[in-house]
Design a protein around this ligand. Structure first.
Ligand code: SF4
Length: 243
């Protein structure tokens, strides 16, 4: 077994993830454009304070389930008796034979502290801490995507970039379909009737896999991946999501 990761049949649970949080990603949630907007010393000090606080509140957890694709078309993927309607998916992903459906979360302690800070009128710190949480859950989703790619290499298949309902052209209402497939309870995540996840700092994801799968259709996964010795690396690691 790999440290911090437990396999139960086709379900993989990630815990105790040594997550790296990208400062540029956090500042992007604050409206900063990478390479264009330069944060002032005050903003950087606030970021450091929020990051230190956030690290005490973040509890990364994720769970994914691998499933066989039983049917597909230009805009649908059928798995586990569930039809996912994803516009243009065959062109984006190529021919995939399996998918991994999953969800990641950093828990709800950070969002509760953000709420308290709002009540205390500590607004700059509240907003920055919220962005730290958003950056952290994005890093976690990338971490899981990288781990799935590493697993794909062991199985001799390519693994695509992750996608989620509500991003691009995939209807957010499909979240309930995705939740029928992913082991959300194992990560401590639930979905309400309005398709909102609890805890709020959660990301659902779907990746495809197969010998003919297309990779890097949004950006190169390798840019965030920490697997230094990977013989399949396509671009140098820019800022890995693992500490
Ligand atoms: S370096 Fe690239 S190809 Fe290798 S495991 Fe990481 S994401 Fe996959």
């Amino acid at each position: 077994m790999i440290a911090g990761r437990a396999h139960t049949e086709e379900v993989t649970v990630f815990a105790d993830v040594p997550l790296a949080i990208d400062p540029d990603e956090v500042l992007r949630f604050q409206g900063y454009k990478r390479g264009i907007d330069v944060p002032t010393p005050d903003v950087l000090a606030l970021f450091d304070e929020a990051l230190a606080l956030g690290r005490t509140l973040i509890a990364p957890s994720a769970a994914v389930r691998w499933l066989d694709v039983t049917d597909r078309s230009a805009g649908t993927v059928v798995v586990g008796g569930v039809t996912l309607t994803i516009p243009d998916i065959e062109r984006l992903w190529g021919r995939v034979e399996r998918v991994a459906a999953g969800v990641c979360t950093i828990g709800d302690a950070l969002e509760r502290r953000v709420s308290e800070l709002w009540d205390e009128r500590e607004l700059p710190l509240a907003v920055m801490l919220d962005s730290v949480g958003s950056g952290a859950v994005e890093s976690l989703a990338e971490y899981v995507n990288d781990a799935l790619c590493q697993e794909g290499i062991r199985r001799d298949v390519k693994v695509t970039n992750r996608i989620s309902p509500g991003y691009g052209t995939w209807d957010v209402a499909e979240q309930s379909q995705l939740f029928r497939l992913c082991p959300a309870a194992a990560a401590g995540v639930s979905l309400n009737d309005a398709c909102f996840m609890r805890p709020a700092k959660s990301i659902s994801l779907l990746v495809g896999a197969g010998p003919e799968a297309r990779v890097d259709h949004y950006f190169s996964q390798c840019a965030r991946c920490w697997m230094a010795e990977c013989a399949y690396r396509r671009v140098p690691a820019r800022r890995p999501v693992r500490r």
